[in-house]
Design a protein. Structure first.
Length: 361
């Protein structure tokens, strides 16, 4: 079996990088029993960008978020890579994976913050909201108690919650309010990077819409960059500047959202887009993707997507494609794709109509 080198050849962002994930690999377990949950993942977040990370359940999205912030619980093990933070404000930074515990404590919340999946599990049920907000601030800044309470009240108002709620327990708030508290907490020290892991999944669509709009407003006001993780590609098409698609622990496509929407270049991305109704234009029949995501303990050989891919050809079960340029090369300088159809050395030299160029619209 031939394995191509998993080295990225370009970055899809046009902005100055604030967070660069390089060749990040994560296993669950050790030695022969290890499950390779992430394999040499490369991703760059530009300053001020919203980068959407999408894929089916179990593809490694949350593992990526936890590993990149050094919050991965055992038996998860980071087996290689770098996560480089570079402040766009004053240039300070470093590799999060190699920082001492002290450096990491100082870095968290101030430079990078995370909003976890399922706020009700993240807030401590026996402490009032105000105390939990103030504990986070106190860990980083010294200020009188009354000033800290005022700061916590400001944070609540920023996410549309009355300051009276400082004295409420988590169970006295609705799911949407608890999620807003988590967002307020993440923004307490005005970090430059916020990772949001399925922040709206447990909420109804109306609340989901309100929270997404609020995140957009806060981003405009505070200027942070976001990695937004979800299985809902349609949400990302509205929200994100760029979208990276994950499959079986790898990024398989990385491009501007409008490019992904108008012309996916990877068969898996095309399948995801055919799995929900179009945002605009006439109704069409939904396609879906046959089969299920692979078992990470028994991955298919070569391209992991080949048993489900409608365009698989003879090289696909033999060669593991690396993330690289599209078949259109320099004409698409800010797109990356991991598919052998785009490799002139082994592919047919042209794309199927469904993946080929067509005017945006
Ligand atoms: Fe499909 Fe082959 Fe491309 Fe994999 S490499 S996505 S199997 S065409």
């Amino acid at each position: 079996m031939t394995i191509t080198e998993p080295t990225i050849t370009r970055t899809a962002t046009t902005k100055k990088p604030v967070l660069e994930i390089r060749d990040l690999s994560v296993d669950y377990g050790y030695d022969d029993d290890a499950v390779h949950a992430l394999k040499n993942v490369n991703l760059t977040l530009g300053a001020g960008e919203i980068l959407g990370l999408a894929g089916e359940s179990g593809c490694g999205k949350s593992t990526l978020a936890y590993a990149a912030t050094r919050l991965l619980p055992p038996p998860g093990v980071i087996t290689g890579g770098e996560v480089l933070f570079t402040s766009s404000r004053d240039g300070h930074g470093g590799d999060l994976l190699r920082m001492s515990d002290r450096e990491l404590r100082a870095q968290r919340w101030r430079d990078t913050a995370i909003v976890f999946q399922g706020s009700m599990n993240s807030l401590n049920p026996v402490y009032k909201i105000g105390k939990q907000l103030m504990d986070g601030i106190r860990a980083h800044e010294k200020m009188p108690a009354h000033a800290m309470r005022a700061r916590a009240a400001d944070l609540l108002s920023m996410v549309g919650i009355s300051k009276d709620r400082l004295d409420s327990y988590p169970h006295q708030l609705s799911g949407g309010m608890r999620q807003r508290v988590m967002i307020a907490m993440a923004l307490a020290l005005e970090p430059e990077v916020v990772i949001m892991d399925e922040p709206t999944t447990a909420l109804d669509v109306v609340m989901q819409r309100q929270i997404v709009e609020q995140i957009m407003d806060l981003k405009r006001d505070l200027g942070f960059s976001v990695i937004f993780i979800t299985h809902d590609v349609s949400l990302l098409l509205e929200l994100a500047d760029r979208i990276a698609i994950m499959y079986a622990g790898n990024i398989v496509e990385d491009a501007a959202s409008s490019e992904v929407y108008h012309q996916p270049r990877h068969p898996y991305t095309a399948g995801l887009l055919h799995s929900f109704p179009p945002l605009h234009g006439p109704r069409r029949e939904l396609g879906g993707i046959p089969g299920s995501p692979p078992d990470l303990m028994a991955l298919p050989s070569g391209c992991n997507f080949h048993p489900r891919c409608p365009f698989a050809f003879d090289a696909c079960p033999k060669i593991d494609p690396a993330l690289g340029p599209t078949l259109y090369g320099d004409a698409e300088p800010h797109r990356s794709v991991a598919c052998l159809l785009h490799d002139p050395a082994v592919g047919p030299g042209r794309l199927p109509d469904e993946l080929a160029a067509r005017p945006a619209g």
